[in-house]
Design a protein around this ligand. Sequence first.
Ligand code: ZN
Length: 323
Amino acid sequence: MKSDFIFDLHLDLEVYFNKNLNNLLNIPSDSLLTFKKERHFDLIQAKKAKIKFIVSQIQSLKYDLKNKKLKIISNLQEFIYNYHNFINKLKIYPQFKIIKNFDNFNTLKLNQIGIFLGVEGLYFVKKLKDLEILWNLGIRVFGLTWNFKNRIAGGLDSDERLTSLGKSTLDFLVKREGIIDCAHLNYFSANEVIKLAPKNFIFSHNNLKSIFNFKQNLNQKILNRIKNKQTLIGLTLLPPALSDISKNKPTFQAWIKNYKKLIQINPKIVAIGTDYFGFNFVDSPQGAKNYLKFRKSLVKYKVKIDKIFLNTLNYFQSKIEKW
Ligand SMILES: [Zn+2]
């Protein structure tokens, strides 16, 4: 199947709908039915930009308005509350369909967007039973951490390794063909995931350190280890992953540099993970302010959208068949 659809490995729809986290975006959480160029995504943009699949990672963070600081959600029930809130918002739109199993995937209609549920940081997981609850809720993409450490692994702002709960977490997920998202893991923890779950890990929203030195971007050592594996790297529009935003405006051209480099390394692992709705709208990259602009730029720069889509679809399909 040759098609130029888009499969986005990281679009923070949950943040958009989450009253507390929405404060960070500078976009009101209005209906998605109308077109607004001053927001990253809506259903009109989705149709024109041919977005077919989205992974939406439900956050493990809350924003402390008074102290202007991000805090972790350490209580599973609090996370589940956010989960249900998100599911209820999605239900308003028949255009969205949540994919939890092969049957959901198989019956996705032409005019629908398939949503895979993920989680960005397991700060509230204390035992395997908690993980099982998440699996039964339909979560299929598991970011083990955000930047802080937890009981499972070490995030980008820590030096921690995978813990023994972390190892049994991987075991649990690999058995079920769950997808492990290494996007926010530090070097040590990411390496251990690659070793213990060589066919079940992805980096959902990361660029390359050789293009721009940002903590979330992948270094050459990691790239060498994963370049011939069955995996995906979702090249991202996250502004600080593109440029030093205090000095230079982030641009789509910086994204293209990452793309050109990664297709030389291995075109089969190239994917897209915009991180739209995961950052303040005013910081959005030039040439990719919203999904319509992003799509236009992809076409203009002759990005092989069809190949990227197939990479991502094939990877997911190999897992979905066992869900
Ligand atoms: Zn992230």
